[in-house]
Design a protein around this ligand. Sequence first.
Ligand code: NAD
Length: 358
Amino acid sequence: MTLFDSPAFEGHEGVHAFSDEKSGLKCIIAVHSTARGPAAGGCRMWPYASSEEALVDALRLSRAMSYKNAMADLELGGGKSVIIGDSRTQKTAALFEAFGRAVEDVGGKYWTAEDVGVSPTDLMHARKHTRYVAGLEGHEAASGDPSPVTAEGVFRGVQLCVRRAMKRDLDGVRVAIQGVGHVGEYLARKLHAAGAKLILTDVNAEALRRVAAETDAQIVAPSAIFDADADVFAPCALGGAVSLDTLPRLRAKIIAGAANNQLAGPDAGRELFNRGILYAPDYVINGGGIINVAGEIRALELGEAFDPAWVDQKLDRLALTLEEVLEQALRERRPTHEVANEIARSRIVGAAEKRVAA
Ligand code: NAD
């Protein structure tokens, strides 16, 4: 692969590769856009098979963060970092201290936070060498676990989709949730409280039994969730749940959930549209988590305490943005994910043009 003509590179402002022989750090920090503000996105530690694989992941994820942050109406651009290594066996304090120095070298253009394989403790080590770290614990700006906020955003999104597609509130609406982990559990509780009838699955049988008992839900096997007799399908596990294989099995008229990268490919997005299923684009409806992190960055920058009211007002705005996407898609008879991408790009380009003009 050559860097500049890789499809994943498109639009990136900068890509930084760092290595530190002493700690064994090998990391890539990708900055897709700073047009709306400093690039923000978590750090992922993963045993990539090659540096090329790590690079493509960093590029893909950082662009996705630009889109997500723009749709959440945050004054943040998009970036992401990846550390090559096995988080179960190769984590050391020195490794994350070296990572902190790498983040500092990018000079404030990139704010890091947790992602797969990286914990608040790891970030504490990074923080010794840079202030551009969110997702910490034990200080007054700390934002804590983003999952309840993500779940609240998804809950509001499900409510909106049901109102638009079914002209009713959530009472009695049947929702199939795939995955009752951090976000799925909170979502299940909120939907249950609103009167929805739940069908749940998870590969973790114990968590599944517990959440189902608390929410009076029906349990189905992981492979059976696609056949559930539901009005709404809420993917809250891994990516790729909506594919050309699973779509013909879905009975739901609405897909709205927390998982990232729900569409297995662009064909799945088109097929959803052809089947008349209302899809809440994943990176719009699940923006609550990054809003929570942005609340911490804001508090750190202002030297103030974390402000939940600021987060709540951004969640209200997120619901309006989702409505704008659904409305435009309906008016123009186009798939919702295509409309969302277009709005995200125009928000980023608009900010870049303003910056040049200033
Ligand atoms: P999690 O790991 O806590 O929960 C995922 C759950 O899915 C687990 O309980 C797991 O056992 C289950 N699962 C895995 N494979 C499954 C399968 N094949 N069938 C059924 N269940 C399966 O993760 P989370 O933090 O709840 O995040 C869920 C999704 O939402 C992820 O895609 C994540 O990227 C996305 N997301 C999370 C946040 C957040 O604030 N945590 C924010 C934005 C997006």
